[in-house]
Design a protein around this ligand. Structure first.
Ligand code: HEM
Length: 164
Protein backbone atom coordinates (compact mmCIF):
# COMPACT_ATOMS: atom_id res chain seq x y z
CA UNK A 1 0.00 0.00 0.00
CA UNK A 2 1.49 3.46 -0.95
CA UNK A 3 2.71 5.49 2.04
CA UNK A 4 0.42 8.45 1.27
CA UNK A 5 -2.65 6.17 1.36
CA UNK A 6 -1.51 4.52 4.58
CA UNK A 7 -1.00 7.95 6.22
CA UNK A 8 -4.42 9.11 4.98
CA UNK A 9 -6.13 6.01 6.40
CA UNK A 10 -4.29 6.40 9.73
CA UNK A 11 -5.41 10.05 9.82
CA UNK A 12 -9.04 9.05 9.24
CA UNK A 13 -8.80 6.20 11.78
CA UNK A 14 -7.21 8.47 14.41
CA UNK A 15 -9.72 11.28 13.86
CA UNK A 16 -12.53 12.32 16.24
CA UNK A 17 -14.94 10.63 13.77
CA UNK A 18 -13.03 7.33 14.01
CA UNK A 19 -12.99 7.59 17.79
CA UNK A 20 -16.74 8.23 17.92
CA UNK A 21 -17.65 5.40 15.51
CA UNK A 22 -15.50 2.95 17.51
CA UNK A 23 -16.75 3.96 20.94
CA UNK A 24 -20.29 5.40 20.70
CA UNK A 25 -22.80 2.65 21.46
CA UNK A 26 -25.06 1.73 18.49
CA UNK A 27 -23.36 4.29 16.14
CA UNK A 28 -21.70 1.58 14.01
CA UNK A 29 -24.91 -0.46 13.46
CA UNK A 30 -26.89 2.76 12.80
CA UNK A 31 -24.27 3.75 10.19
CA UNK A 32 -24.38 0.27 8.66
CA UNK A 33 -28.20 0.39 8.44
CA UNK A 34 -27.98 3.86 6.84
CA UNK A 35 -25.31 2.54 4.45
CA UNK A 36 -27.65 -0.24 3.37
CA UNK A 37 -30.48 2.33 2.91
CA UNK A 38 -28.18 4.46 0.75
CA UNK A 39 -27.23 1.39 -1.30
CA UNK A 40 -30.92 0.52 -1.82
CA UNK A 41 -31.75 4.09 -2.95
CA UNK A 42 -28.72 4.04 -5.28
CA UNK A 43 -28.74 0.55 -6.77
CA UNK A 44 -32.54 0.05 -6.97
CA UNK A 45 -33.36 3.01 -9.28
CA UNK A 46 -30.03 2.77 -11.17
CA UNK A 47 -30.58 -0.88 -12.08
CA UNK A 48 -34.26 -0.23 -12.94
CA UNK A 49 -33.07 2.45 -15.39
CA UNK A 50 -30.52 -0.02 -16.81
CA UNK A 51 -33.30 -2.54 -17.39
CA UNK A 52 -35.25 0.15 -19.28
CA UNK A 53 -32.15 0.75 -21.45
CA UNK A 54 -32.18 -2.99 -22.18
CA UNK A 55 -35.79 -2.73 -23.37
CA UNK A 56 -37.84 -3.70 -20.31
CA UNK A 57 -40.93 -1.48 -19.98
CA UNK A 58 -40.38 0.22 -23.36
CA UNK A 59 -44.16 0.20 -24.02
CA UNK A 60 -44.77 1.82 -20.63
CA UNK A 61 -42.17 4.59 -20.23
CA UNK A 62 -39.71 6.47 -22.43
CA UNK A 63 -35.99 6.47 -21.56
CA UNK A 64 -36.04 10.19 -20.69
CA UNK A 65 -39.07 9.84 -18.44
CA UNK A 66 -37.47 6.87 -16.67
CA UNK A 67 -34.26 8.89 -16.19
CA UNK A 68 -36.13 11.94 -14.89
CA UNK A 69 -37.97 9.91 -12.23
CA UNK A 70 -35.32 7.35 -11.23
CA UNK A 71 -31.84 8.92 -11.45
CA UNK A 72 -32.34 11.77 -8.91
CA UNK A 73 -33.21 9.11 -6.28
CA UNK A 74 -30.04 7.16 -7.08
CA UNK A 75 -27.96 10.34 -6.73
CA UNK A 76 -29.33 10.84 -3.19
CA UNK A 77 -28.57 7.17 -2.45
CA UNK A 78 -25.00 7.57 -3.71
CA UNK A 79 -24.37 10.55 -1.42
CA UNK A 80 -25.77 8.64 1.59
CA UNK A 81 -23.68 5.53 0.72
CA UNK A 82 -20.45 7.54 0.38
CA UNK A 83 -20.94 9.59 3.59
CA UNK A 84 -21.90 6.54 5.71
CA UNK A 85 -19.23 4.44 3.99
CA UNK A 86 -16.45 6.87 4.93
CA UNK A 87 -17.80 6.99 8.49
CA UNK A 88 -17.82 3.17 8.68
CA UNK A 89 -14.31 3.10 7.21
CA UNK A 90 -13.06 5.54 9.88
CA UNK A 91 -13.61 2.89 12.60
CA UNK A 92 -10.83 0.64 11.33
CA UNK A 93 -9.66 2.03 7.98
CA UNK A 94 -6.24 0.32 7.88
CA UNK A 95 -7.89 -3.06 8.60
CA UNK A 96 -10.75 -2.71 6.05
CA UNK A 97 -8.43 -1.58 3.25
CA UNK A 98 -6.19 -4.60 3.97
CA UNK A 99 -9.02 -7.08 3.27
CA UNK A 100 -9.17 -9.14 0.06
CA UNK A 101 -12.53 -7.60 -0.95
CA UNK A 102 -11.47 -3.93 -0.54
CA UNK A 103 -9.57 -3.55 -3.87
CA UNK A 104 -12.50 -5.23 -5.68
CA UNK A 105 -15.00 -2.88 -4.03
CA UNK A 106 -12.95 0.22 -4.84
CA UNK A 107 -12.27 -0.96 -8.41
CA UNK A 108 -15.93 -1.77 -9.13
CA UNK A 109 -17.07 1.50 -7.53
CA UNK A 110 -14.64 3.45 -9.80
CA UNK A 111 -15.82 1.43 -12.85
CA UNK A 112 -19.48 2.16 -11.98
CA UNK A 113 -18.77 5.91 -11.65
CA UNK A 114 -16.66 6.08 -14.86
CA UNK A 115 -19.42 4.25 -16.72
CA UNK A 116 -21.95 6.87 -15.57
CA UNK A 117 -19.68 9.66 -16.89
CA UNK A 118 -19.07 7.91 -20.24
CA UNK A 119 -22.82 7.18 -20.68
CA UNK A 120 -24.06 10.69 -19.85
CA UNK A 121 -21.15 12.34 -21.69
CA UNK A 122 -21.64 10.12 -24.72
CA UNK A 123 -24.71 8.33 -26.10
CA UNK A 124 -27.17 9.95 -23.67
CA UNK A 125 -26.47 13.40 -25.19
CA UNK A 126 -28.51 12.22 -28.22
CA UNK A 127 -31.24 10.49 -26.18
CA UNK A 128 -33.97 12.55 -27.90
CA UNK A 129 -33.19 10.47 -31.03
CA UNK A 130 -33.84 7.12 -29.30
CA UNK A 131 -35.93 7.80 -26.16
CA UNK A 132 -38.95 5.91 -27.57
CA UNK A 133 -37.06 3.50 -29.82
CA UNK A 134 -37.98 -0.22 -29.66
CA UNK A 135 -34.27 -1.05 -29.28
CA UNK A 136 -31.78 1.41 -27.73
CA UNK A 137 -28.34 2.02 -29.34
CA UNK A 138 -25.59 -0.58 -28.67
CA UNK A 139 -23.59 1.94 -26.61
CA UNK A 140 -26.59 2.43 -24.29
CA UNK A 141 -27.05 -1.32 -23.83
CA UNK A 142 -23.33 -1.80 -23.14
CA UNK A 143 -23.54 1.02 -20.59
CA UNK A 144 -26.51 -0.69 -18.95
CA UNK A 145 -24.65 -4.02 -18.82
CA UNK A 146 -21.52 -2.48 -17.28
CA UNK A 147 -23.68 -0.62 -14.75
CA UNK A 148 -25.64 -3.71 -13.69
CA UNK A 149 -22.41 -5.70 -13.31
CA UNK A 150 -20.43 -2.97 -11.50
CA UNK A 151 -23.13 -2.01 -8.96
CA UNK A 152 -23.99 -5.68 -8.23
CA UNK A 153 -20.29 -6.45 -7.85
CA UNK A 154 -19.83 -3.50 -5.46
CA UNK A 155 -22.65 -4.84 -3.28
CA UNK A 156 -21.07 -8.32 -3.12
CA UNK A 157 -17.60 -6.89 -2.45
CA UNK A 158 -19.05 -4.61 0.25
CA UNK A 159 -20.60 -7.55 2.07
CA UNK A 160 -17.43 -9.60 1.71
CA UNK A 161 -15.35 -6.88 3.40
CA UNK A 162 -16.07 -8.51 6.76
CA UNK A 163 -15.23 -12.02 5.49
CA UNK A 164 -11.94 -11.63 3.61
C1 HEM B 1 -16.86 5.83 -0.60
C2 HEM B 1 -17.71 4.88 -0.69
C3 HEM B 1 -17.83 3.71 0.29
C4 HEM B 1 -17.06 3.34 1.37
C5 HEM B 1 -15.85 4.06 1.95
C6 HEM B 1 -17.64 2.11 1.92
C7 HEM B 1 -17.17 1.46 3.07
C8 HEM B 1 -17.81 0.39 3.67
C9 HEM B 1 -17.45 -0.18 4.96
C10 HEM B 1 -16.27 0.24 5.82
C11 HEM B 1 -18.35 -1.16 5.23
C12 HEM B 1 -18.45 -2.00 6.52
C13 HEM B 1 -17.89 -3.31 6.42
C14 HEM B 1 -18.42 -4.16 7.60
O1 HEM B 1 -18.36 -3.74 8.74
O2 HEM B 1 -18.92 -5.24 7.32
C15 HEM B 1 -19.23 -1.24 4.10
C16 HEM B 1 -20.23 -2.17 4.01
C17 HEM B 1 -20.91 -2.35 2.84
N1 HEM B 1 -20.85 -1.58 1.71
FE1 HEM B 1 -19.83 0.11 1.46
N2 HEM B 1 -18.72 1.75 1.17
C18 HEM B 1 -18.87 2.69 0.16
C19 HEM B 1 -19.80 2.72 -0.82
C20 HEM B 1 -20.61 1.62 -1.06
C21 HEM B 1 -21.48 1.51 -2.22
C22 HEM B 1 -21.65 2.57 -3.29
C23 HEM B 1 -22.06 0.27 -2.15
C24 HEM B 1 -23.03 -0.41 -3.09
C25 HEM B 1 -23.34 -0.05 -4.27
C26 HEM B 1 -21.57 -0.38 -0.93
C27 HEM B 1 -21.93 -1.64 -0.49
C28 HEM B 1 -21.69 -2.13 0.78
C29 HEM B 1 -22.32 -3.33 1.35
C30 HEM B 1 -23.33 -4.24 0.65
C31 HEM B 1 -21.84 -3.46 2.66
C32 HEM B 1 -22.21 -4.53 3.71
C33 HEM B 1 -23.31 -3.92 4.54
C34 HEM B 1 -23.80 -4.90 5.59
O3 HEM B 1 -24.21 -5.98 5.25
O4 HEM B 1 -23.82 -4.54 6.73
N3 HEM B 1 -20.70 0.48 -0.29
N4 HEM B 1 -18.90 -0.28 3.18
Amino acid sequence: MPDWLNSLLKLLQGSALGEAVRNAEYLYPVLEASHILGIALLVGPACTFDLRLLGFGRRVVSVTSAARNLLPVSHVGFVIAVITGIALLSAQATVVVGTGAAPWKLGLLILACLNVLVFHGGIYRRVHEWTDAAVTPVAARIGAGVSLTAWTGTVFAGRLLAYT
